[in-house]
Design a protein around this ligand. Structure first.
Ligand code: HMG
Ligand code: MG
Length: 322
């Protein structure tokens, strides 16, 4: 039985924008977050507290967190790869701090080195005090296991390799594990095999899927997870994004695409499609390009068509009255 309710965690402001080479101001990021929460997104990954030398687009993290007019019931999360990141997040005034932080490990040594400049084992040791300090501050700790379906540097990744990292994260008391297909090469049976391993160590409410859509497999992979009862997925408005350390990797599954499928399955998400399209339209306007998400493109084209029809009707009426 597939779940009746699904949580979509909006990662567009972070995963979606981190790789963007053109400047996006803190104010524009905040506006995007406002539109997303107005659309009913209840979990929003807002920014990253990472090194600005490594990911310049996230350098305005504190400005973004302080600019958000928070909605009750919305949980805001940020990436923190080390104590320095967590300390910066905790230095924010109470009402601007994240509800959750995300630590990100990798299933392969090569990706771990490229993304966070250390081995898997060292990364876990760096996360250990981060988890303790976050818990002391009442902050939940999510995690991502990158390259769980394949690695841009090492190739194939086995379920054993994924499970090894899941167990390491569990050993340092990380609350939630996200299985991440960084380069979008996963297919449903392979995804299910990795998810089964995660579910050996975490309850179903603390396991999520993070599927980049590079090979067009993300929706199929989400459906495969739904069949297992998994009900939390990351998604990125307009299908924005990629990882700076996985060249050629495209964005996460578009939030609109995921929502269209979930709506069709009669699954409740609490998200309003029309308002979500407002958010997709806004960020597409800021970036000066069309959404990558299929549903976003289709519904924006439909809006444009309806506007044209209305304009034509108004013109015809004014001719009649003249
Ligand atoms: P490092 O160079 O090994 O760190 O980077 P370090 O401790 O040696 O410090 C070097 C410099 O960085 C120092 O500054 C530190 O102060 C500074 P300097 O003295 O040279 O002026 N620094 C920091 N500054 C701000 N915030 C911090 C921070 N830490 C150190 N937190 C580090 C190690 C982890 C910091 C670096 O590799 C890094 O920032 N990596 C982030 C990479 C990243 O953000 N990748 C994208 C997000 S993950 C992702 O997209 C995958 C995901 O979506 C799931 C999936 O799809 O797979 C989650
Ligand atoms: Mg990602």
């Amino acid at each position: 039985m597939i779940p009746k309710q699904v949580s979509l965690v909006e990662v567009g402001p972070r995963d979606g924008l981190q790789n963007e080479s053109q400047p996006v101001s803190a104010q524009q990021k905040v506006e995007l977050i406002h539109l997303l929460q107005a659309a009913g997104l209840r979990e929003i990954e807002a920014t990253s507290f990472v090194s600005p030398k490594w990911v310049p687009q996230m350098a305005d993290n504190a400005q973004v967190m302080s600019g958000i007019q928070r909605h009750e019931g919305v949980r805001y999360s940020v990436l923190t790869p080390n104590m320095k990141g967590l300390e910066a997040a905790l230095a924010l005034p109470l009402g601007q701090r994240p509800h959750e932080i995300v630590v990100f490990a990798a299933a392969t040594e090569a990706f771990s080195q490229r993304n966070i400049n250390c081995s898997i084992e060292v990364s876990i040791e760096r996360f250990r005090p981060v988890v303790v300090a976050a818990h002391e501050a009442g902050i939940k700790v999510r995690s991502a296991v990158s390259c769980a379906m394949g690695c841009p540097y090492q190739g194939e990744v086995s379920a054993d390799e994924v499970e090894r990292v899941v167990m390491l994260l569990k050993s340092i008391r990380v609350d939630h594990v996200g299985i991440a297909d960084t380069i979008g090469v996963g297919t449903p049976v392979k995804v299910q095999a990795a998810m089964e391993r995660a579910l050996k160590h975490y309850p179903i409410g603390e396991v999520s899927g993070h599927f980049h859509d590079t090979y067009g497999q993300a929706l199929a992979n989400i459906y495969a997870c739904l069949q297992m009862g998994i009900h939390i997925f990351d998604a990125s408005v307009a299908g924005l994004g990629g990882c700076p350390y996985a060249k050629g990797a495209t964005g996460n599954v578009g939030t609109e695409d995921a929502l269209f499928m979930l709506n069709g399955l009669g699954i409740d998400t609490g998200i309003d499609m029309s308002k979500l399209i407002d958010a997709a339209a806004y960020i597409s306007m800021v970036l000066g390009r069309k959404p990558v998400s299929r549903t976003g493109s289709a519904l924006l084209a439909k809006r444009e068509q309806q506007r044209d029809q209305q304009r034509d009707q108004q013109r015809a009426q004014s001719v009649v009255h003249a």
